[in-house]
Design a protein around this ligand. Sequence first.
Ligand code: CA
Ligand code: CA
Length: 254
Amino acid sequence: MGMSALAYTGTNLEAPHVGDIAIDGDLSEWDLTRCVRIDSEGQIIDQIEHWDGAADCSMELYAMWDEENLYIAMKIFDDTPLVYREGFPLDELDAVIFFLSTDPAADPERTEYTATDWRIVQFADKYKNDFDFFSYIDREMIADPMGWETQGEYGDELVFEDFEGAIVTMEGGIIWESRIALSELSNAQIAPLVPAAGVVIGFDCSILDVDLPCPGIHSLRMQCSAQLDGRDRSPEAYPVDTNPSLWGTLTFVD
Ligand SMILES: [Ca+2]
Ligand SMILES: [Ca+2]
């Protein structure tokens, strides 16, 4: 499949403005009808033979915003959620990956990441009844990351200072609610995203699923924007990690 610029796919997530919200795993503040789903075989971009259907790995994703924050909530359906083991490679664990541009004016046909394109891997590890949150911000594919370098690649760092997360279990999986301050995705050279109703940004999401942390067992990976045929799947053949034009979009609304 030739991978020319797609100028973003048609997959769009509407993110309403939010007033009061508690990051507690209770999604009563959320409009659950505004979501994107990862739940079909066409969205698998790696390890298709390891998918046992929606109860094994699927998700619904929601977003909201205020002037300073991006809120993301997920229902993750997985009969063995949050498989995490310190020191394991990131592609042998359960994780989610968010892809977003903090520049609404970025060219949707760009086929390389720029400093305002973010690939954020998030993990959580349950210890007793608490969760530790970890992030990995991958900037290796960016020619000039403008002073914001890769962080968290060893899987044991939160990376963000102004972040809140909460996870609760539900029938068949988990609910994961989170807030990230938009200032975290900026520095002296990179302006923060300023959301407003009507603004559209490049956005995508990926989920990684492994049922047992065994060395060498790679995670199944599903990508929100993907709609693939056949069973020959690989991240190289659907290179969202290096080509933002394959992402979907997120639209901020009132
Ligand atoms: Ca809540
Ligand atoms: Ca699973």
